[in-house]
Write a protein of this length. Structure first.
Lengths: 160, 752
């Protein structure tokens, strides 16, 4: 039985301190220790993107990051995007464009889209599809997701 | 039951694109799926799975695992009562409870790699995982049979000694669970009349539904004997039924609470984790959650059938088909129940064929027991039929659409199984394809080709339940026994709102547990928006009827004199007052409830088609999808945005079947690609925008004319792509998936 370690981090803008076993993934910590179940497990080996989160503003699969790695770093999950009364423009766009069906992959797509638009505010369809190739969706066929990303880009550019 | 159509002037919500009721919860990550359920004191359950494809279980020793610190209980098939040898229709497939029991926890034999053998509950997932290694299972390894044709002829590699072929008089052990046989007219005479005959054999790999959410259930067995299960399932009631049968426990004491479901596509009808979770909760007196890993999902849950299909068709030079024959051999996996029956119904369903014969075989192999997968059995059948159709057309130098049009089925056409087509729209679909700019624009470059295919699916009706409670502020609560897989809470509420003549925002629509409403069949067969929508319409009419009674007594007039239009009650007798729905609601006790319990026995199938352009790289064998248009008859698109989504999603799954997906086995029956890297699903980069064309030929028995839409779009993409590849390369592929190495083999380059 391994001994637990203390980790200090910032998750969704809150400073947090927690105990963790060294083998635990960031995904386990987010879901089991913090109840942030918006970050989903689809494969646990980095192939589906359902656990996409921002790690110091970089898009990562939380299943491939060890919990101990977030010591002194910032993590943003889907729960960290919306204000209490207002959706993030990316979320708003996915709602308006019907960019979801079952909704299980949706948080991953939302976080991934935010990461894209933060660095490329006006992506082409090809750029959107290339960027989102790390997120699997089995329901939508991606068409309405791509439209939602374009819509989100418009909303965010209007707000600038 | 009210069989009349809802009048067109009441279509306020229906036909529009309102925001989905569950959308905000899902985009914020707040929606709770089966994998998200957590309970105080909850234990984590894990399942031990067989490493062998075929073996007899000699012994299972759980003592070491049980004594490990942090482990609370271990269960095996010995903890389950004997199950009845009883078959029942469950969604689109049938289930035998004895076999289901053995599939949940193997008793005497394991029949595929990944077959569940034991389950345990521990304090943490890590402890549970590690404890699995301490369960000792002694196996006597047997030879597996993996090929469907080999399995049909083998007398040695028998999965179930007691099994005999249904539909045959042969009293020998066999792996053929059923033989289906349909004949129409005189097939041999029909082939004699033909000027051209094409006969081909096709092979398709087993493919997984690949919902992103793994199977998950959390069970709590209370001290009072009441069992509560949160389940990611397509049907709360069918899950309750299976758990009740397998545990021999009264249905009244089992409450199934459906969670949000992260995709299902047919695969979340059978139980896998619910029963082990319940047994473990019973033994530990704690809540137990069992969530599968992706590997377990691929190894242990139902794929769609791998198949071997022979098709022979003959036609006159004039273009008329004279005869068709098909032999469909479908893998059932470890237990009977492949979708060969619906596959047999679907294979020639789009055509009017005077003479035909269909033989379907349900064949056991040492692979996971198949589950329904979106239009079960039909994509495999269409992959075969639609290629032979294309070849026949080109062999008589006729345009493929013209040839299909000449032979298209229509209302009243007798099918090979003797059934008559109801209202269908095959000819309309072909007409739209023929006129579509995509079909008529020139091909852009070398190694490019355009293919077309059509498909037909019968859909389903069945039982649905909806209650509507009227609140004193004029809002209503609509509850439904149907699980909402991809938006039916919204589409069902839209139909009720229009009958009630209130805005959709005034309807709160929820799915509820099995204690709270009467029985509903599972959400499958493209039925929910159509059949549960009909239940909602019934419930809404029931509300209006009851409100008319209330207002008649309030105004002291006869109920016949009450009119309800545009959300306002009025009477034409002695009373000139009006009252709105909301005003009346305010005067009521708050106890007006409308019930809608329907068993939809009259429903209609839906046809669809795909136009696709491909480009093949002759050096790598890679197929790129350049452009894709999908056409479908929705009857009435209740929410056109959702219908488009079903069509686009179905097509992309079909592209996955066509190009990437398929289980790969070694000779011992080990799956070589049980992860989402090696079992490749289409990504956003692999597919173009999918142009969805909805046509609306109403089905008269539905209040809005709606038909099922979810399944049809997966049927025609694979054959359309194969037909396009033929145009691009001049070679025809008879095997799915059409991987680069298979393309290279076909054009004479063997890969090493």
């Amino acid at each position: 039985m391994s001994s637990k370690l203390v980790v200090n981090s910032n998750i969704n803008g809150q400073d947090v301190e927690f105990l963790i076993e060294p083998q635990q993934s960031l995904l386990e910590i987010l879901r089991d220790a913090f109840g942030l179940t918006g970050t989903k497990e689809g494969c646990n080996d980095g192939n589906c993107g359902a656990c996409s989160v921002l790690f110091d503003n970089r898009l990562v699969n939380a299943c491939l990051v060890l919990g101990v790695e977030i010591e002194g770093r910032k993590v943003v999950t889907v729960e960290g995007l919306a204000n209490i009364n207002e959706l993030h423009p990316v979320q708003e766009a996915f709602v308006v464009e019907d960019g979801l069906q079952c909704g299980y992959c949706t948080p991953g797509f939302i976080v991934s889209t935010k990461a894209l638009l933060d660095q490329n505010p006006d992506p082409s369809d090809d750029e959107i599809r290339f960027w989102l190739a790390g997120n699997l969706c089995r329901c939508t066929g991606y068409d309405k997701i791509v439209k939602a990303v374009r819509h989100a880009a418009r909303l965010m550019n209007e707000a600038r | 039951m009210n069989n009349s159509m809802v009048s067109m002037d009441k279509h306020r919500s229906v036909g529009t694109r309102p925001e989905r009721i569950d959308a905000k919860e899902k985009v914020t990550g707040s929606a709770l799926f089966g994998t998200d359920i957590m309970m105080p004191g909850m234990l984590h359950g894990r399942i031990l799975r067989s490493p062998h494809a075929h073996a007899r279980i000699i012994s299972i020793n759980t003592a070491n695992a049980e004594s490990m610190s942090g482990v609370f209980a271990v269960v095996t098939a010995n903890d389950l009562p004997e199950a009845d040898d009883m078959k029942e229709k469950l969604g689109e497939s049938t289930i035998n409870y004895k076999f289901l029991r053995d599939n949940n926890l193997a008793s005497d034999k394991v029949l595929y790699v990944g077959h569940a053998v034991a389950a345990l509950a521990a304090e943490t997932p890590d402890i549970a995982e590690n404890a699995l290694e301490l369960i000792e299972v002694e196996y006597e390894i047997l030879d597996p049979v993996l090929d469907v044709r080999e399995s049909m002829s083998t007398e040695l590699k028998i999965l179930h000694e007691q099994l005999r072929t249904l539909g045959s008089t042969n009293d020998k052990s066999t792996n053929v669970a059923q033989h289906i046989h349909h004949v129409k007219g005189d097939p041999s005479l029909g082939f004699d009349e033909a000027d051209v005959i094409i006969e081909r054999e096709f092979i398709t790999a087993p493919v997984h539904q690949s919902y992103l959410e793994p199977h998950a259930a959390t069970a709590t067995w209370g001290k009072d004997g009441n069992l509560t299960i949160y389940a990611s399932t397509q049907g709360a009631f069918v899950t309750r039924r299976q758990v009740s049968q397998l545990l021999q426990y009264p249905m009244s004491k089992i409450k199934v609470i459906p969670t949000e479901v992260g995709g299902a596509f047919g695969g979340k009808n059978p139980t896998y984790v619910e029963v082990p979770a319940s047994l473990l909760s019973y033994k530990t007196a704690k809540p137990v959650r069992v969530v599968m890993s992706r590997e377990e999902v691929i190894l242990g849950t139902g794929p769609g059938s791998g198949t071997s299909i022979k098709v022979k068709m003959g036609a006159k030079k004039s273009g008329k088909i004279t005869a068709a024959q098909a032999e469909l051999c479908y893998e059932a996996g470890a237990y009977p129940g492949s979708p060969v029956d619906p596959g047999s119904m679907a294979i020639f369903a789009a055509y009017d064929i005077p003479n035909g014969q269909i033989d379907g075989y349900d064949v056991l192999v040492n692979k996971p027991r198949v589950a329904a997968y979106r239009a079960p059995g039909a994509p495999q059948a269409a992959f075969a039929c639609e290629q032979v159709i294309d070849e026949l057309a080109s062999s008589i130098a006729m345009d493929g659409i013209e040839f299909r049009m000449m032979n298209a089925a229509s209302e009243g056409t007798e099918r090979i199984n003797g059934k008559l087509h109801k209202s269908i729209a095959i000819k309309e679909i072909l007409g739209i394809i023929d006129d579509h700019p995509h079909y008529n624009e020139p091909i852009q470059g070398p190694y490019q080709g355009r293919g077309v295919a059509i498909g037909f699916w019968d859909n389903w009706g069945a039982r649905s339940s909806v209650d509507i409670n009227v609140n004193s502020d004029g809002t209503v609560n609509l509850i439904s026994g149907s699980v909402d897989l991809t938006g039916s809470r919204t589409t069902v509420a839209m139909q009720a709102a229009d009958v009630l003549e209130i805005p959709l925002e005034k309807v709160k629509s929820s799915m509820v547990d099995t204690d709270s409403i009467s029985y509903a069949d599972t959400s499958a067969g493209s039925r929910t928006t159509m059949a549960t929508g009909k239940a909602a319409v019934e419930a809404a009419y029931d509300v209006i009827g009851k409100l008319k009674l209330e207002i008649a007594s309030l105004w002291n007039v006869s109920i016949d004199s009450i009119r309800y239009a545009n959300g306002v009650f009025s009477s034409n007798k002695g009373k000139d007052t009006n009252m709105t729905f909301q005003e009346l609601a305010g005067k009521l006790s708050g106890q007006v409830t409308g019930h809608g319990n329907v068993n939809v026995e009259d429903w209609a199938g839906a046809g669809g088609g795909t136009i696709v352009d491909v480009e093949v790289d002759p050096d790598t064998g890679q197929i790129k999808i350049l452009k894709c248009t999908v056409i479908q008859n929705a009857g009435k698109a209740i929410h056109p945005g959702q219908v488009e989504g079903q069509m686009q999603g179905g097509v992309v799954q079909g592209i996955g079947w066509a190009l990437y997906e398929g289980y790969e086995y070694d000779k011992n029956g080990k799956v070589l690609n049980a992860n989402l890297l090696d079992y490749k699903l289409p990504t956003a980069l692999d597919v173009p925008n999918i142009d969805a064309v909805i046509i609306e030929k109403p089905f008269p028995s539905n209040p809005y004319g709606a038909r099922g839409v979810g399944e049809t779009p997966i049927i025609s993409p694979a054959p359309a792509i194969a037909n396009a590849v033929q145009k691009a390369l001049g070679v025809r592929l008879h095997r799915l998936p059409m991987t680069p190495s298979r393309i290279l083999e076909e054009i004479g380059i063997t890969s090493e």
